[in-house]
Design a protein around this ligand. Sequence first.
Ligand code: XMP
Ligand code: MG
Length: 180
Amino acid sequence: MQNDIQSILFTEEEIQHKVNELGEQLSRDFDNRNPLVICVLKGAFVFMSDLVKRMTIPLEIDFMAVSSYGQATRSSGVVKIIKDLDVPVEGRDVLIVEDIIDSGLTLSYLIDVLERRNALSVSIVTLFDKPAGRSVELEPDYKGFTLPHEFVVGYGLDYAEKYRNLPYIGILKREVYAKP
Ligand code: XMP
Ligand code: MG
């Protein structure tokens, strides 16, 4: 698995440090608001797990799964809810936890859905941002790192469902996804 990685962009230590900072900031900003923290499956599950441990305030969690890239590395632009929330968001302060924002299509769709369900507020925290890939206007409220326009894996992020368990973020060797 490590052999497929061309280079490491962020080490486990760098990521943990950033996640700690985000957790502290979110704890201040969402104090007394009992936020509903929503993990966008599957990619965000590692970040979500580390982040909520660093949030020192009462909160609730839920999960949502939407279709995005499938096996490919480019966004299809088609977003579909595969798993919906278990609880209503009406009147709640909602915090969406994303692994990475690229085109922004996935999140702009999700924000729209949650606003139409009358959430009190919808905020976004993403660990990684690839602003060069944007096709819709979308700025996360909180973000960890800005990434180059490269396909990355690890810390929850996959290529064809693999590499999610790497504790760091790396760039995949081109030959891995150029394989027939
Ligand atoms: P959009 O384009 O809708 O995409 O902002 C967000 C989703 O696309 C996936 N994504 C990636 N997954 N490495 C990955 O493993 C990447 O470099 C990458 N870029 C985007 C991811 O699932 C995210 O939720
Ligand atoms: Mg993915």
